[in-house]
Design a binder for this molecule. Structure first.
Ligand code: TRP
Ligand code: ZN
Length: 877
């Protein structure tokens, strides 16, 4: 393997050493010019550790123009500079370092550091982008007060924004102007942000619980501010939620969000100046779907919540990334549960967890929630850090109970406010306030892999007791035995008719209908008493732990749960399990038509349950995804067989429930104005889910229904619902709809992204060719991550059937895209590699070709560190 630099050594957690110098204050001056920006930095440094240590600062692609120590200009002999650092030996214990560098924002295609998007300057510094702006100790445990002066052409860049409060502004000669910002909160440099350009402002305000007024500003492309209204509304709801649910108030007088089109991830929590991918901020009914609104609500909340979990308390080092991300996802999930309904939110979160995180954890890219080494930290913004990180916090709250959990969190905020800290310090707060020993809980952070849980139940009718044996097997990664983990298992009992049954826990006098057992060793036996009738066990309710629960309960019990489990998560889960078994039976060539019909009937009953809400019913109608089914068949999965088997079950349901689904599709139509709230979204979701199922039986009437749905769409949710349904039918109706859609929306980038994605996801045979062809479409601009992801991720992740084309064309396409993207944006390129790492699931003819493409990537000359690290790991050698 040849990389741009000599093969680097991994960074290791055990090598952590505190910084040798603190930066007590920094003054930054950015003289903004698209291809030659000057950055002057004035750092007040103070030695913190060992006496003789030289000053070593990070700095990448910086053209050093001048440097001085305490006003004395440095000669070239006074320092050394290499590709990544500036070293100055012999510095005093306290001094002022001034540097001036030149950078090229216009030529910055990696979208890291200072770059340009849509003619505006913007920054992205997490994780290690600040070193591309100026020389600095670019590590999260160096907290500094910032004063920032921005200067730019007044007519081209009328807005000049940075963190904190605006303290001065004015005009200069030659159409230049400036603004000075001061952020009173010490922060790590990854939270620095600056934006300059022409932007419209949507302004509002929020009064905190203690009565302080905060100005809220969302900055967007000229003419777009109406599209930021939903984000503003979500922001105010999130601010209130953080006060009432977590006791956290906002701290500055100003909170700003800026939307940019070219952005590597979703959004960034820079102190007082969040920067968002425009796809996660801008919405109106015409151009955004309900799913977009839901994402916007959750990401606006996520970034806002970081103000406490991430900004005021940050990470000591990047190994602690989950400390801010897992905790903040936990918090945004709690917010979404309140806004959207707890059960529906939980189902969606778990579905995402299983598809993304369980898959990651089962393959060569598995890593602990707190990793112990990395080459590029950008590669660790993963489902494991975020989603499993959130599950761990959730288990902590279950194990401790709400009150003790909240006390521990309050102590954490109290004790560590204004510092950079660790997972151990976080857990210690909970141990202290609850008086519990949490040492075994730490294993959740240190051990990769998804534990398996098996529950054996033995009922003694005469004695009215149910003996449960719970067992866990945890692997510590590939071929390593794992340590047992503390697993909270929430459970309840039903009887054969679906009525909830009471039971008594060991030693308890009073009966209960639900309990949480904690399995903290390899095996545990529990006797439930007072169980009057033959029980149906509802275990791992609400998905109380991120584990795989072995399913060997008879289908009879699944039907009881699907019909009647008061725990809605498990009701949904029962439907998924029944469907999975039926699909897998077909894959094995043993279709069970009797039970397929029975399943369809049961689904029909569940859909008619007056008490259940529409969003929940829409989820019931969605069968397990093809990728999840492939995991169940590893290492012999055949995506073609899986697709055919899954479609067969869908067709069976479409035929059996034709009348009911058609009725739902008709009855749920509404002439009311679009409103993005949960109720309207749920109604549209169920209507589209019904249509989606119906087209699995694509006779003329269903085709006409799909075309009619698309043609009559009065909002983007319905337009995309119709277009997706047509994509399953393919042929002329789909092509006609695609053409009409493009003509109507070609000037709306966020909608054109959807147009690319829906084609990438289409199951038709022509999809691979179509996707290749789309890379030559005039609207395909791979330098905008949203556009690239729409096509490449839309295909490789969302369309397993066609991505795994037996001739390997899908794999070649992905490898080509990884390599071409790596040449200009390594962070983004690395994030495309994932699907090739799933080779462990698939039959060998496919797996060999997947590894072949990974080898091709690894052998490429001039590979970035980002891609090199992931491709080598994905090979699993
Ligand atoms: N901290 C951001 C979040 O989770 C994510 C993030 C990390 C990011 N690195 C980034 C966003 C680079 C954009 C670009 O909210
Ligand atoms: Zn985050």
């Amino acid at each position: 393997m040849r990389t741009e630099q000599p093969v680097p050594l991994p960074i290791r957690l055990e090598d952590y050493a505190p910084p040798a110098f603190r930066v007590e204050a920094v003054r930054l001056e950015l003289d903004l010019q698209p291809s030659a920006t000057r950055v002057r930095a004035r750092l007040e440094l103070r030695r913190d550790g060992g006496a003789a240590a030289p000053l070593v600062l990070d700095g990448v692609r910086l053209k050093l123009l001048a440097a001085s120590v305490d006003g004395r200009t440095l000669a070239p002999a006074d320092y050394t500079q290499d590709a990544e650092t500036l070293t100055i030996p012999g510095v005093p214990d306290a001094f002022v370092l001034e540097t001036e560098v030149q950078i090229d924002p216009q030529g910055n295609t990696a979208l890291e550091g200072l770059y340009m998007s849509g003619g505006r300057f913007c920054t992205q510094c997490e994780a290690e982008g600040f070193r591309k702006i100026t020389f600095f100790p670019d590590r999260p445990d160096v907290l500094t007060r910032y004063t920032v002066r921005l200067e730019a052409d007044a007519s081209t860049y009328p807005r000049l924004l940075s963190n904190g409060n605006l303290v001065a502004q004015g005009r200069l000669d030659g159409d230049r102007h400036f603004a000075v910002w001061n952020d009173p909160f010490p922060k790590p440099c990854y939270l620095f942000a600056a934006v300059a350009g022409e932007l419209d402002e949507l302004a509002d305000s929020f009064v905190t619980l203690s009565g302080r007024e905060v100005r809220l500003s969302i900055y967007v492309d000229p003419g777009q501010s109406a599209r930021a209204e939903y984000a503003m509304d979500a922001l105010k709801r999130a601010m209130r939620f953080d006060e009432t649910a977590f006791g956290r108030e906002y701290d500055l007088d100003l909170f700003m969000i800026v939307a940019v089109r070219d952005f590597n991830f979703g959004a960034m929590e820079n102190k007082g100046l969040n920067i968002f991918n425009s796809s996660l901020l801008l919405a109106d009914p015409e151009t955004a779907t309900d799913a977009d609104y839901e994402r916007i609500e959750s990401v606006v909340a996520h970034e806002y919540f970081h103000n406490w979990t991430g900004n005021r308390i940050t990470c000591r080092d990047w190994f602690q990334l989950c400390l801010k991300e897992g905790l903040t996802v936990f918090r945004d999930q709690a917010f979404s549960a309140q806004e959207r309904g707890a059960a529906v939110q939980r189902i969606k979160d778990v579905r995402a967890l299983r598809t993304r995180q369980f898959a990651e954890d089962a393959g060569p890219l598995a890593h602990p929630v707190r990793p112990s080494s990395y080459l590029k930290i950008d590669n660790f913004y993963t489902a494991t850090i975020y989603e499993k990180g959130a599950e761990i916090i959730r288990m902590l709250s279950i194990l401790l109970g709400e009150a003790d959990f909240r006390r521990g969190l309050d102590l954490y905020f109290d004790r560590w406010d204004g510092t950079a800290t660790t997972v151990e310090a976080f857990l210690a707060c909970f141990a202290e306030t609850s008086g519990r020993d949490l040492s075994s809980f730490m294993t959740w952070y240190e051990q990769p892999g998804t534990p398996r849980l098996a529950i054996e139940a033995l009922y003694d009718e005469a004695a009215e007791v149910l003996d449960l044996t719970l067992r866990q097997t945890s692997s510590g990664g590939p071929d390593r035995p794992g340590k047992p983990l503390p697993i909270p298992v929430k459970l309840g009992l039903l009887d054969g008719e679906g009525a909830a049954q009471a039971f008594r826990l060991p030693g308890a006098d009073a009966p209960t209908r639900e309990a949480t057992l904690v399995l903290d060793g390899a095996e545990m036996r529990v006797r439930l008493e007072g169980v009057a009738r033959l029980p149906v066990l509802s275990a791992l309710r609400n998905f109380s732990a991120p584990v795989v629960l072995g399913a060997d309960a008879p289908p009879r019990e699944g039907y009881v749960l699907l019909a009647a489990d008061p725990d809605l998560f498990n009701r949904w889960e029962a439907g998924q399990a029944l469907a999975r078994e039926l699909i897998l039976a077909r894959v094995r060539g043993q279709p069970d038509e009797v039970n397929e019909a029975r399943f369809a009937e049961a689904l029909g009953h569940a859909l008619q349950d007056e008490a259940a809400d529409n969003a929940f019913k829409a989820l019931l109608l969605e069968l397990p995804g093809e990728a999840d089914l492939a995991s169940a068949l590893a290492p012999h999965a055949d995506p073609t067989l899986i697709h055919i088997a899954r479609e067969a079950l869908r067709a069976c349901i479409a035929v059996h429930l034709s009348e009911l689904l058609t009725g739902l599709h008709g009855a749920l139509q509404s002439g009311d104005d679009f409103s993005p709230e949960a109720a309207g979204a749920g109604r549209r979701a169920l209507r589209i889910a019904a249509l989606d199922m119906l087209v699995a039986d694509p006779h003329a009437a269903n085709q006409a229904r799909a075309s009619g749905h698309f043609d009559a769409a009065a909002n983007m949710t319905d337009a995309m619902g119709g277009l997706s349904a047509l994509s399953q039918i393919g042929g002329a109706p789909f092509d006609a709809a695609l053409a009409a859609f493009y003509t109507r929306w070609k000037s709306e980038p966020l909608v054109v992204d959807k147009w690319f994605a829906v084609q990438a996801r289409a199951p038709g045979e022509e999809t691979v060719g179509r996707v290749l062809g789309l890379t030559a479409h005039p609207a395909f601009d791979p330098r905008t991550p949203n556009r690239l992801r729409a096509l490449v991720v839309g295909f490789s992740v969302a369309n397993p059937f066609r991505f795994h084309a037996p001739d390997g064309a899908g794999y070649r396409f992905l490898a080509d895209q990884v390599l071409s993207t790596d040449a200009f944006n390594p962070t983004l390129a690395a994030r495309l590699v994932g699907p090739l790492g799933d080779h462990g699931r698939y039959r060998s003819a496919l797996a060999d070709q997947m590894r072949g493409q990974l080898e091709r990537i690894v052998g490429h000359t001039g590979l970035s560190r980002n891609v090199a690290e992931l491709a080598v790991k994905a090979l699993g050698v």
